[in-house]
Design a protein around this ligand. Structure first.
Ligand SMILES: *[C@@H]1O[C@H](CO)[C@@H](O)[C@H](O)[C@H]1NC(C)=O
Ligand SMILES: *[C@@H]1O[C@H](CO)[C@@H](O)[C@H](O)[C@H]1NC(C)=O
Length: 350
């Protein structure tokens, strides 16, 4: 059955058809052109990508720098592994970096041993407006239970997602923490070295030259944990001369039977750490050198490529003056160490 459609409607429909046809023509053409352009761009993109990826250009560049660095004489304290600088524009999840979101951030670790003055050194570093050093984060055992926990913890620091009381403002230019040798650092040297190199972590070895004074500090600090000389409170660091005097009044008696081996162990641990991590970008700072010459701090600032700034700490040195004043059985210690490699520890101030 044919439906009866009025002529006027037929004409209108035909006109519509014509109109759409006329309009469709350039649309289709445009579409084809669009697809062609897209395909072209894709082919070009894939080609460019593949040629760039094939070039081992950057990797090779870095390797050659590294091998040059390892050929450097060992007496040089500062190792600048390469001039190849990495730029980090970190966007932490836990806070907003505001105006400084485009500032470069360098990662560092202060590698040290207990009672070496590293607390003082870290407080100096933290007095810099652009440094956030997060303390001994591996003091918590669960963070160093196994290598995966260690890597997770490192990631959270360097992705700026570990916020501690020492984390500063959004304008940090260097972020790091203090890592003691007995906090897992010596248990997984290969994996940790790999991490340091991959993420370009700057290492500051902060060590003590005189292990005998370190031993006195360890014994005195252990004693105070029980004795609590400052009004019944144990402290590891003090902020006034009066408190320093009170703590320094305690003169430990050194166990001379194990003294030689104790000092030997301390020395070899420090040497081993320097050996394990010598291929990192690093600087070695000795406590004694810093006490004598504050300009060492400028070297550290330059090493981390920080703007130079005067650094200060509220911490007060507990033991001052010659070591003989701080050891109860000084004569025994002299007798024990004379003629040994540790004789040099007897001279010099604390
Ligand atoms: C590491 O320790 C964590 C926490 O105890 C545990 O959940 C995880 O399975 C351990 N990983 C390995 C590889 O042992
Ligand atoms: C250092 O901190 C100041 C103030 O917080 C900021 O203005 C400056 O951009 C920071 N510098 C770097 C290098 O991040």
């Amino acid at each position: 059955m044919k439906s009866k459609v009025p002529l006027s409607q037929k004409i209108a429909a035909a006109k519509d058809l014509q109109n759409t046809h006329v309009l469709k023509c350039p649309k289709a053409l445009l579409g084809v052109l669009k697809v062609l352009t897209l395909v072209c761009a894709m082919v070009c993109g894939v080609y460019l990508c593949s040629t760039f990826l094939k070039q081992p250009h950057y990797q090779r560049k870095r390797d050659s720098f590294e091998s040059k660095a390892s050929e450097m004489p060992r007496c040089i304290n500062v190792v600048y592994k390469s001039s190849f600088t990495y730029l980090y524009y970190r966007k932490p999840e836990s806070f907003n970096r505001l105006d400084c979101s485009r500032n470069t951030i360098r990662f560092f670790v202060i590698v040290s041993m207990q009672r070496s003055g590293s607390g003082w050194f870290e407080s100096l570093m933290n007095s810099h407006a652009n440094v956030s050093s997060n303390g001994e984060i591996f003091g918590q055992i669960h963070r160093r239970q196994n290598i995966s926990m260690i890597i997770n913890t490192l990631d959270s620091v360097f992705n700026l997602d570990l916020v501690t009381s020492s984390s500063k403002n959004e304008c940090s230019a260097a972020i790091g923490f203090k890592w003691m040798l007995n906090q897992g650092l010596m248990d997984h040297p290969e994996e940790i070295l790999d991490y340091f190199i991959k993420r370009d972590v700057y290492i500051i070895f902060f060590l003590r030259r005189n292990m005998l004074s370190r031993l006195v500090s360890i014994i005195a600090n252990t004693f105070d944990k029980k004795a609590k000389l400052l009004n019944g409170v144990h402290v590891s660091h003090v902020h006034s001369q009066q408190e320093a005097l009170t703590l320094a009044r305690y003169k430990p008696t050194i166990d001379v039977t194990s003294l030689g081996s104790d000092l030997g162990k301390m020395e070899s641990t420090a040497t081993k750490a320097l050996e394990y991590y010598k291929s990192t970008r690093h600087i070695v700072v000795y406590y004694e050198d810093l006490i004598k010459n504050f300009n060492k701090l400028i070297q550290v600032e330059d090493f981390l490529k920080l703007p130079r700034m005067k650094l200060k700490s509220r911490q007060v040195k507990i033991h001052k003056g010659p070591l003989s004043e701080y050891i109860n059985n000084w004569d025994d210690v002299i007798k024990t160490l004379s003629g040994t490699p540790y004789e040099r520890y007897l001279v010099g101030d604390y």
